[in-house]
Design a protein around this ligand. Structure first.
Ligand code: SAM
Length: 280
């Protein structure tokens, strides 16, 4: 770790500020500063960028990011009870931490950040996937972020990095891997959190690619993939009937077998299909 921050241990912070975790806020806190520093080290070159953190809570990961040398951290927290604890951290790191009280789904952080920007967060489970999808589908590419280092339930993390042929392969894998390089960098058991959730968690690190991996129109790709995986057990020619009347020809144009199932089609195949559909 970098500079010692002279702040009290997180269990004491929780006691002092009466921060009992609330399920409705998706609160499962990380109280081990060695662990939060380890997560912070997965983010990349912290000293060269501003970091956006969603849901700092009592500030375990925030302290990890600052101690590991983040140039600046902008934290958005919905639960006002956490603000006094976060003020103590910004006092210990003058000029380095800005906290916005608000709902991350309703707050535009960009006015408060200077590029390059990385996102690091132990996400609230109830909004995690929605935020990820928003970050992966901005109107313009490349996006505002260089990388995302995010904690998810293990099952969601596996869907993000899934490969063709696996049961977890679907829309999330295609969305993430089309525009980013995604990998699981840490696994955490329930006991790492207070209170422990029912399931294990994983940290996923996504690096934005400068351009999508294969050419395709984002809206067409999204439509094709949604239809294909909505009926994932059906053959593509049946699942994609609503996409185009001559879908069998489009599938053949894309080099795919109409009798294949969505689960077997690699990302490159879906992009070829999106191009073949858009060409008509
Ligand atoms: N980062 C802290 C840690 O690792 O100990 C807390 C993580 S906890 C899983 C999720 C945090 O997100 C909580 O502090 C919760 O209050 C906050 N939160 C929940 N919904 C939110 C939202 N819509 N916008 C911003 N923060 C939210």
């Amino acid at each position: 770790m970098g500079t010692i921050d002279n702040l009290p241990p997180l269990r004491e912070v929780i006691r002092t500020h009466d921060l009992q975790a609330r399920k409705s806020m998706g609160q499962n806190f990380l109280l081990d500063l060695n662990l939060t520093a380890k997560i912070a080290r997965q983010v990349g070159d912290l000293g060269a960028c501003d970091v956006l953190e969603i849901g700092p809570g009592p500030g375990g990961l925030t302290r990890g990011l600052l101690a590991e040398g983040a140039r600046r951290v902008l934290a958005i927290e919905k639960d006002a009870r956490c603000l006094p604890a976060l003020t103590e951290i910004s006092d210990a790191w003058p000029g380095k931490l800005q906290v916005i009280e608000g709902d991350a789904l309703q707050t535009d952080p960009l006015a408060h950040l200077t590029p390059p920007i990385r996102v690091a967060s132990n996400l609230p489970y109830n909004v995690g996937t929605e935020l990820l999808v928003r970050w992966l589908t901005p109107p313009e590419w490349p996006p505002f972020w260089q990388s995302l280092t995010l904690m998810f339930q293990r099952e969601v993390a596996e869907r993000i990095v899934a490969q063709p042929g696996s049961k977890t392969y679907g829309r999330l894998a295609i969305l993430a891997q089309w525009r980013a390089e995604a990998r699981i960098v840490m696994q955490l058991p329930p006991e790492a959190f207070t209170p422990p959730p029912k399931v294990s968690s994983s940290v996923v690190h996504l690096n934005a690619l400068p351009a999508p991996r294969y050419e395709a129109d984002a809206a067409v790709l999204s439509r094709v993939v949604a239809a294909a995986f909505n009926q994932r057990r059906k053959m593509l020619r049946a699942a994609l009937k609503g996409i185009a009347p001559d879908i069998e020809d489009r599938l053949l144009d894309a080099g795919l077998k109409p009798t294949d199932r969505a689960e077997q089609v690699p990302l490159e195949g879906f992009c070829a299909l999106a191009r073949a559909v858009a060409a008509k």
